[in-house]
Design a protein around this ligand. Sequence first.
Ligand SMILES: C[S@@+](CC[C@H](N)C(=O)[O-])C[C@H]1O[C@@H](n2cnc3c(N)ncnc32)[C@H](O)[C@@H]1O
Length: 268
Amino acid sequence: MISDQLFYKFSNILNKEIGLSLPLKKKYLLYTRLTGRLRELGLNDFDTYYNLIIGNRSELVKLYNLLTTNVTRFFREKYHFKYLQEEVLPLFLTAEKKKIRAWSAGCSTGEEAYSLAIVLEQFFQGKGYDIKIIATDINTEVLEFARKGVYSYQKVADIPYELLTRYFMLGQEQNRGFFKVKNHLRKMLTFENLNLNLEDYAINYKFDFIFCRNVFIYFDQKTRKRILNNFYNYLQDDGYLFLGHADSTRLNSNKWLQVWKTTFQKNI
Ligand SMILES: C[S@@+](CC[C@H](N)C(=O)[O-])C[C@H]1O[C@@H](n2cnc3c(N)ncnc32)[C@H](O)[C@@H]1O
């Protein structure tokens, strides 16, 4: 079992390092997610595991992988993609620069980033735009999955048939039932390990759009505020921030203009 005292030691580390807010009522979640790892390591108790992670970078990475929640799907919260396509992207056609930079922050297994790539590719195809999407996550395992870009039949079930055939290859023989993102779409994306709970990020350019959906729900208000501030600095002056429907966060109206459902434009 995990004592309350030990639970707080784990939750303090998770909060300090990756911003995760884990209240005591989540003790059972900590227990269930770590039990398998203890078994793998042949450890009998959680105290020993706690002592093992202290100062052990690679075990901390494993801890983050086990404790993050990675639920996602293609075209989740569809109204954001519709808004982007119908209201935002047309504005770029009249702009001088033919360059689009987008960020899927907390991308999990990649569905959000590939959905965004599909919308951008469809809209700008043949118009000579330079489009790049960076997709980042703290969890190294989901990133590995995302980089491969291979999804089961169930995962792609919500993608319209026309888009599926245009952007995915159907697996043959032992890959039957799986769909792989086609190279021309895959080339638009880079997947990187990035902890949002840092003062600053190793990114040296600004974005036209940042999607950070269903990530803030795991953070406390202080962490959300700091990350929002970073996003503000990483957005172009007319850039957009898309949050998730559950990320109930009050945004400073001097800095952010709400333009659509959980969609904000940088206010300068
Ligand atoms: C529920 S998923 C959301 C996926 C996608 N954005 C969506 O809306 O479908 C939340 C993701 O945030 C990531 N995450 C949590 N804390 C993070 C942090 N400190 N830095 C970067 N990513 C983090 C998790 O690993 C997880 O993949």
